[in-house]
Structure formats: C-alpha cells, structure tokens
Write a protein that binds this ligand. Sequence first.
Ligand code: AMP
Length: 617
Amino acid sequence: MSTSVETFAELGLSESLLKTLTEIGYETPSPIQAECIPILLDGHDILGMAQTGTGKTAAFALPLMETIDIKLNKPQALILTPTRELAIQVAEALQSYAKNLPGFHVLPIYGGQSYTIQLKQLARGTHVIVGTPGRVMDHLERKTLNLDSLKTLVLDEADEMLRMGFIDDVEWILEHTPEQHQTALFSATMPEQIRRVAQKYLVEPREVKIKAATATVAAIRQVYWQVSGLHKLDALTRILEVEDDFDAAIIFVRTKTATVELADKLNARGYAAAALNGDLNQQMRERVIEQLKSGALDIVIATDVAARGIDVPRISHVVNYDIPYDTEAYVHRIGRTGRAGRTGNAILFVAPREIRMLRTIERATRQPIAPLTLPSRADVTNKRVADFKEKVAEVLNAEGLDFFANIVSQIAEEQNVSAEEVAAALAMMAQEGKPLQIAGEDPPPPRAFDKGDRRPASFGDRERKPRFERDGERGERPRFEDRGERPRREDRPPRPAPAGDMVRYRIDVGREHGVEVRDIVGAIANEAGIESRFIGRIGLYEESSTVELPAGMPKEAANALKRTRIRGVPINLRPDEGRPGGGFGGERKFDGERRFGGGERKFDGDRGGFKKKKFDR
Ligand code: AMP
C-alpha cells in the first residue's frame, strides 16, 4: 500500500465518526483518505487528483462533517458534482457517515427534480447540499439557497464538469460564495482550465496525487469483466465454474461487512468459502490460511489489509470483486496468485464508472487487461454436464455396482419403463441442490466501453452551449447520443424533434446496462407501436434514461411499455418528474424548431404518432 497509515484513528477524526466507520466496515483508510483527511482537518485547501474508486468521497466528506454545527440549520458545506447520479451517490455516502450524528441533514439538488419538492426541502433547512451546477446556480440566483454560513466547498470530478460544459456555472457559483471557506477540488485529470480555476479560487492548496506504482506482473493472466446485466455474484460463480485451471481463489472486497456477506452467499451456493478481515485475531487468521492451504477452503474473501503477506501456492485466481483504490493495491492483490512458478489468473470487475482506474492499472502494469466474455448459461451447463459425466464414468469403474443394477432393473420392471428412463430419473435426483442447468436469462453482451470514457477528458466541447440547447435540467445534462464510438453529432443528422406536446418519461436502463439510444428507440417503436420519428429527445444516464414521447399515449401502449425490457432489464417506464422545458415556468412547450433548427415533420395530433393497429388485435 502506498501509505503507512493503518487506521482512521491516526488521522484525527472524532470518536463518533470512527465508530461509524467501524460499523460500516471500513477497516483502513485508502491512500487518498490517508493523505487528504489530515490536510482538510487542518483547514487547508486541497487540489486532489483522484478518480472514482479511490475513496475520494470519504476523503472530503469525513473532514467536512467534522466542521458541521448541527444546531445551525443552514447549509455549511456545498458539494458540486457533474451529474445527478453522482450527487445522489455522494449524498447517500454522507448520510451513511452521519449514522451517529443525530439531526444531520444532507440534501441532493439536481436538475430534473421538481422545484416544489426542492424548495420545500431547502426551506426546511439542511447542513450539506450536494448539487449539480446548473440547479445550484438557479437556487442561488433565486435566493432560495443561502450560502452565508458556508464553511466548505467541494468540486467533485471537476474535469467532468468542464467536459460537460458546466465550468462557467461552477465559476459563477465560486464567485457568489462567501470568501471565507475551505475549498477542495478533485479531478481525475488536471487540464489547464481546471488548474486555472484552482489558482484563482483555492488558497495555497496542498496538492494530493495518488502515486501510480509501476510493476511487472508477467506470469499472471489478467482479464476484466465489465459489470453489466448480471449481478456480480452471479457473474462470479459463472466465471469460477468454467475456469479451467481453478484450484483456489482469493476474492478482494472493500469492507469487512462485504467479506462476511460474500462468504455467506458463496457458502450458500456450495463453495467452501470464508471471510478474512481485520476483525479476526491472529490465530483465527492463521487458521483460515491453513484451511486454504490444505484444501478445506477453496475461496477466501478478504480486504486488502487482511490479505497482506498471504503465500498460498494453490491460489490459482485472484478476483478483484471491488476495484482496488490504486495501482499499488492492484499489484499487491494479484501478487497473491502465480506463486511458486505457477501461472496465476487475475480477474477484475469494472463498473462503467471505474473505467479510468482500469486504464490507469494497465498503464502502471504496462500490460493490457483483456475483456472477459461472461460464460453463457450453455457454457456453464456444458461444464456441469461434463463434470457429471466424469463422475458417472468414475463410478462405472467402481466395484459393487451389481446391487444397484439390480435395483434399476426392478424399478424399470415395476414402473414399466426403460432402464434409460430410470437412469434419467436418478440423474435428476443426483443434481438436487445444484442443477445441471442454470436458471434465468443470459444478459446481453456488454458494449465496449465508450471511447469517451477511455480517453482522458477532452475539451472539444468546451464551448458552452447556448442555454436553449442545453437540457432543461442543466446540472444534469445527460450524455446524448453523440458520445462514445458512435459518430459525433456533427457527422450525423440530428434527431429531429417532433412538433406537438411531448411528455418526458424515465426508464430504469442506462449506460451501465450497456444501453444505447438506438436500443431505446427500437424498443419503444416496437413495443408501443410508435414511429421512431415521433420519439423525442433521449437522455442517456448512468443508471436510467429519459425519453420524450408524444402526449396522450394510449393505455395499451403505456402498459406494453411498462412490461418492456431492454437488454434484459425491465424499463419500468413512468412519467419523469421534471418537464422537458424545466425551470420554474410551468408547462412549457417542447420547442423542436429552436432546439433542432428543423421541425418540419408534422406530428399527427389525433393519434399522437401511435399506431393504433397494434393494439386492435
Ligand atoms: P469513491 O471512490 O469515493 O467513489 O469510493 C468507492 C467505494 O469505496 C465506495 O463504495 C465506498 O463506500 C468505498 N470505500 C471508500 N473508502 C473506503 C474504506 N476506507 N474502506 C472500505 N471501503 C471504502
């Protein structure tokens, strides 16, 4: 590990927060936490280069929570994030750290959410605001948000905010906050414009950067699975089951709680698994390692600290179930396999948001990490059947089969069936508890990570879009269809906006499910019987998406869409809280012409673009 700090207590956090961290299972600070927390507790500004997955949220959240005066019912900290998803995630993290701080309130505010609700919540009072720049700016302009008592301002994922065109809003907010406050700016990359903002608004900031250790890990096969469409646990068991040279595995997770939970789940699925975490005393720890060595256990689920120094030659696989905080931790983890001259396998689970860490690891280890195709149901079934046949073949060679052969003949005679049928019934019985065929559907193959994710933030889209072109939600500008490996917007005809009233809906599929705009258009066109030209703007987010459809959707179409799945995931279509126009202005008409410069297509007002025929059947 890149830090010698072993405990949160060494960092100077209060008893109450330390208690919470123990309760939620954080064992040891991540490197970014070890570096940032003391600096922030000392009151310095920070310029931190860190990406998602490094533990940066707790790095800024814990110190700022120490400064909150619960009795003062006013915003004392403001955290700006580029997206609604991140705002919610950060607010949830703060809420979980506030377990032992009765009366603590954190409020996420973002575009797309109804103003009425937000105004009510703001009026009620809160200690911390986590918001997207556009919406925070709106509230400041309208004086519905007062930052007079602000002590801490955090800019999270600053380069993303720049890339999404929010930097002017961010600067506006920085200009309109009281001078006396601590500022922390985190960014995965440090482009010139972010440096400029830091120079202008941060006071003698301490710079914190996670070291990228380089190391060679030649004897280890490294692959990653892009988390999508299937629960990590299901993916894990599928992978472990079909890996050819599987002998024993060590699985890395982040928290003590997760070691225990995963061990329980794997035990329930028939694996000999145990947790290894900092709660175990030395004797218990040694016992687990001995059991792994002897074969009494095949899988150990560990945190980084607990797994230090493990040297068990039969570990054929290391699974990074949760991505490590930094490359050093990665190299350390995968070094648990490929020992004593054997080849090892390292499998990394990567959520779409963690793609940057994957690339950083590849750079640090100077080796590409290949994508892993998730074994299909058929692959798993074939493997199980092959194993079963092998077992049967072994028994066929055993002594004393006559007694059983006789029973089979008796059953065949009594039931008036063939011996083959009896054998089939016995095979069925033999698979009880672990069926040869696995249930459920195969998830669709994940899409390759977008180029947009792979490259460091680029500033080609730095120019601020005119207001009317930006989404009504502003702070929540979705990733529209021009991102990634698809042609850029300027190379393609824009999605023409239908004229007429549109209603915006939300659906529960997003980029993390590997969904693209065309999947949404295709599914809606097919299921609701609506021509694709009548489908309005689509906003693709991480976990969900929005789609604008003509007002007056027939009930049958709505019902059909409720049941629709995209890439195997139920979409649960429902009206979105916000309106296409957004803002305070109430019902605003969707202005196709202004936004798309076209608007020639005429929309069939009577039928709302829905083909009746489909539902007349
Ligand atoms: P972040 O990089 O802030 O998005 O954090 C990524 C994940 O790591 C979150 O799920 C956190 O709950 C988890 N995490 C952060 N710090 C720690 C820690 N010290 N120990 C265990 N898990 C942590």
